[in-house]
Design a protein around this ligand. Structure first.
Ligand SMILES: C[S@@+](CC[C@H](N)C(=O)[O-])C[C@H]1O[C@@H](n2cnc3c(N)ncnc32)[C@H](O)[C@@H]1O
Length: 172
């Protein structure tokens, strides 16, 4: 069996998580969605389908070039290519100039970067924006989860799927 490397590892959201992303984005009427870590684009397809329905778009990010190409191809095959942009490179750089106001963020890249990516995007998040984090139950995400669940943060957070997903809503 070939070794699992960052370029080949397939770590997509489950169908239930994908459907939740779609539902949240649709319910929020999300027109600007930002994703940290698209891998082969499974979550991107759910997010982009919702963005299309809301007459919006998705900006996603991925550091492995071959995965960027795979996501672009998946979007193309789904007829969604014109509703999403895949930015190649470290999201801490590529997402720096993303335009606001952002309605929904999905965090699914390196878990220890959830906090920095959230801080990078926070000035552009609209009041009441949703931030969804996958793998929130991993130790590397602990700092981010503690921050989002702190009482003084003005943010309401709910863990779902036995803590794997953390859905947060910013103050309105
Ligand atoms: C769990 S996978 C994403 C799965 C995808 N969201 C899905 O559900 O189909 C995490 C991805 O984030 C990428 N990644 C990790 N750190 C990153 C960074 N700093 N910038 C951009 N991409 C990153 C990895 O290469 C990997 O493909």
């Amino acid at each position: 069996m070939p070794a699992r490397t960052p370029a080949t590892a397939y770590m997509a959201v489950t169908r239930a998580q994908g459907e939740l992303l779609f539902l949240l984005a649709r319910a929020a009427g999300a027109r600007r969605i930002v994703e940290f870590g698209c891998s082969f684009g499974v979550s991107t397809l759910y997010l982009t389908a919702a963005a299309r329905d809301c007459r919006g778009s998705v900006v996603t990010s991925e550091m492995v070039p071959s995965k960027c190409r795979a996501t672009e191809e998946a979007l193309r095959r789904a007829g969604l290519a014109s509703f999403a942009t895949v930015l190649e490179g470290d999201a801490c750089e590529t997402l720096r100039d993303v335009e606001g106001p952002i309605d929904l963020v999905f965090l699914d890249g390196a878990k220890e970067r959830y906090g920095p990516v959230f801080e990078l995007l926070r000035p552009k998040l609209r009041p009441g924006a949703l931030v969804v984090a996958d793998n929130a139950d991993m130790p590397q995400a602990r700092g981010y989860v503690d921050r989002m669940r702190a009482r003084d943060a003005g943010i309401v957070s709910v863990p779902l799927f036995a803590g794997r997903t953390l859905v947060s809503c910013l103050a309105t």
